[in-house]
Unconditional design. Structure first.
Length: 148
């Protein structure tokens, strides 16, 4: 698999970032951060980013998001106890879904990138629903290369 675009490896590309300390239990037998732990970092980043954008507040009670796809690229070994910086930005916005670009940094080095596509759905009826104007505006402001 080819390396991601160089911009995706730079922390300043992303609109939102926070630090998350790994737990000792996140280690694999070789004492690296394991794959499941890294997936948890990306998940926490997506949820915090949605809150930061204000998307959760504009949804009606019966609407929400489900994960349609997640892609993770492992670029370097993560280590305990070094803090992980989780960075996120909007990569693409569609009619009823959007993709968040993410990267994990440790000691200033990118250890992985990922994308998560979230689909706007009706909680009870199921099925995708078009994103509303407020959500589209918020997502547009968070796109890579815009609104930073």
């Amino acid at each position: 698999m080819p390396r991601p675009d160089a911009a995706r490896l730079a922390p300043e590309t992303y609109h939102y970032a926070f630090e998350m300390p790994p737990r000792f239990g996140d280690l694999d037998p070789l004492r690296h951060l394991n794959n499941a732990a890294l997936a948890r970092f990306y998940e926490e980043g997506r949820v915090r980013y949605l809150n930061q954008l204000g998307l959760r507040q504009v949804l009606e009670r019966e609407h929400g998001f489900v994960v349609g796809e997640v892609t993770i690229r492992y670029l370097a070994e993560g280590r305990w106890p070094d803090v992980v910086t989780v960075a996120s930005a909007v990569l693409h916005v569609g009619r009823s879904s959007f993709t968040i670009a993410q990267a994990l940094f440790q000691l200033g080095r990118c250890i992985g990138t990922g994308e998560g596509t979230l689909v706007h759905v009706h909680r009870k009826e199921g099925g995708s629903r078009p994103l509303g104007e407020a959500a589209l505006t918020m997502l547009g402001q968070g796109k890579i290369g815009e609104g930073k």
